[in-house]
Design a binder for this molecule. Structure first.
Ligand SMILES: [Zn+2]
Length: 456
């Protein structure tokens, strides 16, 4: 199966387009640290910066080029000699350098921003690629604002730069305006009309202004693009770029729809996301797909119960597959006894039935008041509920484990002489006090009733 899947080049622009977004600027050591994590993540290309933009950017690109040796290191340049020279100066020590040249092609950009004609644009694109190619074998060209460019003119420009030696043609939806069907059709048009296209890689660079960056990138891939430009956590200009983790995991979770593979090491995704967030101080939106803190959190009791029994009930991918340490069960008033018991165990406490009932009652009252019960609340509640009374059979039995050791030692105040046996003991009733038939699993029945009771 794997052999049949087309390999997609993952071009990460977190350090360039991402870094341009408000509040996301990084200094050189930070950029280098993140570049090393992107290397561990397995991206194919790291766009390290825009060398002519500032001395800081130049130095960062140079440092990354000399230290990070596996991936291709790209530097951005406008379609003019000084930019391309500066980019090359920063990149020349790279094991695999790439110069990325861009020039706007839409009439609105030509007329108002660049104040040049289409013919001038065509000539400038060709000349700048010829010059870049004289310095570096690997040259990428981006017609800025491609999705608002006359497709006929776009194809002429692309043909000219292929002839001049460009090896990757990146099609940017600079303003986040396109939709998947339209963008896919544009890629098809380019494949049909640009002479020499079969010898170069088509790339997609999508922005998320209408929330369709990932969908657009995937549509481009379906139409024949073989490189996607994206960022960690989807950061980038305005509403951001297509999110790397969403593209990669869409391909991994739905190979029936997206039969492509990438070199990305899924287990490094969460670490990359956390590192970026820690460096920039910009938190990840809690409900962000894949990397948001709620992406694998289940609060509704019936969901929690299902996930604990078999994660596939509510999880389409495991948290571990993207490097999230564990599925986080958020304890709130909708949580069931089963989830509460598991969390207590994770904190190092195992309770018999009666003790868990007791804690559960108090937990529900607390959850009503404070919405989200954190571990420290739970520990306090455990301490309050089960103060050691000198009884010979304390109800709380700490579990000797690494996790238990991490828990505040003061929470464990009574060493138990003997482990307490878990239930079942005595006749069982369901949540409504109705005795259960002897052959049913009382714990299972109780959990189900209780979870429906609390709602989803
Ligand atoms: Zn962009």
């Amino acid at each position: 199966m794997t052999a049949e899947r087309a390999r997609i080049t993952v071009f990460d622009t977190t350090l360039r387009d991402g870094e341009q977004s408000p509040g996301c600027s990084m200094n050189q050591p930070e950029k280098l640290r993140l570049a090393q994590q992107l290397d561990r993540l397995g991206v194919d290309v790291i766009e390290a910066g825009f060398p002519i933009a500032s001395d800081g950017d130049f130095e960062a690109v140079r440092a990354i080029a000399s230290v990070v040796r596996r991936p291709i290191i790209a530097g951005l340049a406008r379609a003019c000699r000084p930019d391309i020279e500066r980019a090359w100066e920063a990149l020349r020590e790279a094991a695999r350098p790439r110069i990325h040249v861009f020039l706007a092609t839409s009439d609105i950009h030509l007329q108002y921003k660049l104040r040049i004609t289409r013919d001038q644009c065509l000539a400038q694109a060709r000349e700048s690629i010829l010059f870049a190619k004289s310095l570096c074998d690997d040259v990428e060209f981006s017609p800025e604002d491609a999705t608002r460019t006359d497709p006929e003119f776009l194809c002429r420009v692309l043909e000219a730069v292929v002839e001049a030696g460009a090896t990757t043609l990146n099609i940017p939806d600079t303003v986040g305006y396109t939709v998947p069907s339209e963008f896919g059709a544009l890629i098809t048009t380019i494949r049909e009309r640009v002479k020499g296209i079969e010898n170069v890689t088509i790339s997609a660079h999508c922005h998320n202004d209408l929330g369709m960056a990932v969908a657009n990138a995937l549509a481009a891939v379906a139409a024949g693009a073989r490189q996607v430009e994206c960022t960690i956590n989807g950061i980038g200009e305005r509403a951001g770029n297509a999110s790397l983790e969403e593209i990669v995991m869409a391909m991994r979770v739905r190979p029936d729809k997206f039969a492509y593979e990438t070199g990305v090491v899924g287990e490094q995704i969460f670490a990359a996301s956390q590192m970026l967030s820690e460096i920039t101080g910009v938190p990840v939106q809690p409900n962000k797909a894949i990397t948001g803190r709620n992406a694998f959190a289940h609060e509704a009791g019936i969901h929690q119960d299902g996930v604990l029994k078999n994660p596939l009930t509510y999880e389409i991918m495991t948290p571990q597959s993207v490097g999230v340490p564990d599925s986080k069960l958020v304890l709130g008033k909708h949580s069931g006894r089963h989830a509460l018991g598991i969390r207590c165990e994770q904190l190092g406490y195992q309770f018999d039935r009666r003790a868990l009932d007791d804690i559960y009652r108090r937990f529900v009252r607390l959850a009503d008041k404070i919405k989200k019960v954190e571990d420290h609340h739970l520990l306090e509640l455990i301490r309050d509920t089960h103060k050691p009374s000198g009884s010979a059979t304390p109800l709380i039995e700490p579990i000797p484990s690494a996790k238990a050791a991490a828990v505040n030692a003061s929470a464990v105040t009574a060493p138990a002489p003997e482990p307490v046996k878990p239930f079942p003991v005595g006749p069982q009733t369901n949540a409504f006090g109705v005795p259960l038939p002897a052959h049913t699993d009382p714990h299972h029945e109780q959990t189900q009733q209780e979870d429906y009771l609390w709602g989803v």
